[in-house]
Design a protein around this ligand. Sequence first.
Ligand SMILES: NC(=O)c1ccc[n+]([C@@H]2O[C@H](COP(=O)([O-])OP(=O)(O)OC[C@H]3O[C@@H](n4cnc5c(N)ncnc54)[C@H](O)[C@@H]3O)[C@@H](O)[C@H]2O)c1
Length: 261
Amino acid sequence: MSTARFEGRFAGKVLVVTGAAQGIGRAVAIRAAEEGGQVLFVDRADFVAEVATAAGENAAAFKADLETYEGAAAAMRFAAEQFGGIDILINNVGGAIRMRPYAEFEPQQIDAEIRRSLMPTLYCCHTVLPHFFARGGGTIVNVSSNATRGIHRVPYSAAKGGVNAITQSLAMELAERNIRVVATAPGGTEAPPRRIPRNTEGDSEAEKAWMTDVVSQVKQSSFMKRYGTIEEQAAPILFLASDEASYITGSVLPVAGGDLG
Ligand SMILES: NC(=O)c1ccc[n+]([C@@H]2O[C@H](COP(=O)([O-])OP(=O)(O)OC[C@H]3O[C@@H](n4cnc5c(N)ncnc54)[C@H](O)[C@@H]3O)[C@@H](O)[C@H]2O)c1
């Protein structure tokens, strides 16, 4: 798949990318730095520091748990202090922790999915605003999911439906303040083995079988009958983040081989 770079596309811009230690967030943050942006890699994993160091001198790392409001506020403060302001926020933290039919979820597991896949976006969208107002504008790209319509991860679906609602409503509220709010809705994405698993307790045999059902449903729902690549997710996120998308706001772009979610 294409890995074309657009030289200088983010020159003069400060980006905050959440969940930047691995996966889609890492690819987005590295590419934004390669394209001239000053990029803060935010993650709760310790190894975010080594990932940012490898990305070069216009990258920095900040360790924070974005499931807390204080973590989100501290990350935004650090970016503004380090780079003099914030232009672009990419809310990428999230991901289904467990795959199981809804009837099989335990109450605390439902809460954990909402904490992981809705609250960081809600908190980061709020804590970035004073920095955007100081700058006279800004852009938020939320990484949602096509799993707003999918099996075996209903709490995650609900969280990502919430992310879509934030995108539309905040865009409506803030357009007159020169702030765009957009999202992509990725489909199933192939990735190397995760350094940090979604579910640190490991998956049971039943969960592995339910995961197989999910993979089958996701492939069948895609016109292309395949998973995407990390690069195929990073490219539209960065397009929406860039000035090329200056007349796009409030939109959720499906990036799922034809599955509209
Ligand atoms: N991979 C897919 O197939 C897929 C499909 C649709 C949507 N998405 C969405 O794309 C985004 C990225 O997915 P991925 O598969 O690359 O993720 P991943 O699970 O591989 O990586 C997530 C990163 O976020 C960090 N993180 C998790 N919780 C955090 C917290 N509370 N505070 C700070 N950092 C935290 C992790 O340490 C990790 O580095 C997610 O929002 C996910 O829902 C992914």
